[in-house]
Ligand binder design. Structure first.
Ligand code: PDD
Length: 275
């Protein structure tokens, strides 16, 4: 069961218009929520980010945040989803193709659930990555549908037989294609500051909270690809990947080339936030 425009319906019954500005311009915003044990994880934080993105791109949400929350909760219940994700997208509406905001169009909301188990194998074993130029625009803090650079970057990783890319702007690491990146050096956790160059990840915020709870020093400071290579540990954080160790970048081992002790500790604490 999907939610489209104003109602719950079967996917097969959704009639999408080619005039949806999501198609023409990527003119829309989205969120991906994790569902653990039938409950939306960090719902309030996702809703705040949705509101912020909507306001920054001047898109009026079709419903109040409370109503959107109710719709998503109902969607999870109707689909009997226990373990998985909820995708939520809102576009600026349907109108003949023209750049200015349409005067008549109503924003269109789409939401659906996917049953997906936690990626326990990669969480346990870690992944490899390559560095890749971050060619995105200067508002990476907004969760919009314009994901072509992220798609290109992710495909480059797969084409190089690794799972992820480490994006960098002239050597300064920003984040990954669909996750944030953190390193640990001498017991200190470093991650790019939450400014316009990265998505302000919900999982990133949870991890920083957990690290502070463990009395690990946290520095929201940008680091270079060189510093990444010299780190003791590295991992990515995100709704779909949770905390996944990075073992190798551009064929070079990070630390011992195995998931590190701090990463393991943070993973343990992370599981406790939803179980
Ligand atoms: N992506 N950075 C980017 C570029 C992302 O697209 C995402 C999430 C993150 C992690 O944010 P969070 O912890 O809030 O999931 C960081 C989602 C999952 C996606 O596009 O599928």
């Amino acid at each position: 069961m999907y939610f489209y425009k104003n109602e719950f319906m079967n996917k097969a019954d959704i009639q999408l218009s080619p005039d949806d500005r999501g198609y023409y311009f990527g003119d829309g915003i989205y969120e991906v929520f994790r569902v653990y044990q039938g409950k939306l994880y960090e719902q309030d934080a996702h809703m705040q980010r949705l509101q912020r993105t909507a306001s920054e791109v001047r898109l009026t949400l079709p419903f109040t945040i409370e109503k959107i929350g109710q719709i998503l909760t109902e969607l999870v219940a109707k689909n009997k989803l226990i373990d998985g994700t909820v995708y939520l997208q809102i576009t600026r509406g349907e109108a003949p193709r023209a750049h200015p905001f349409p005067t008549q169009a109503e924003p269109i909301m789409l939401a659906y659930c996917t049953e997906v188990p936690r990626p326990t194998a990669t969480i346990h074993n870690g992944i490899k990555a390559i560095t890749f130029a971050d060619i995105r625009w200067l508002r990476c803090d907004l969760k919009t549908l314009n994901l072509l650079p992220n798609v290109m970057a992710k495909q480059a990783a797969l084409d190089n037989n690794v799972q992820e890319v480490v994006l960098h702007r002239e050597g300064t690491v920003t984040e990954c294609s669909a996750s944030n990146l953190m390193i640990i050096k001498d017991g200190v956790l470093y991650t790019h500051p939450a400014n316009h160059l990265i998505l302000h990840g919900i999982t990133r915020a949870v991890v920083l909270r957990l690290a502070r709870g463990l009395e690990m020093p946290v520095k929201e400071e940008a680091f270079t690809t060189g510093q990444l290579m010299e780190a003791d540990e590295a991992f990515i954080s995100g709704t779909t990947v949770e905390i996944t160790p990075i073992l190798e970048v551009d064929g070079r081992k990070i630390g011992a080339g195995t998931p590190g002790a701090y990463t393991r500790k943070l993973q343990e604490e992370f599981v406790r936030t939803f179980s």
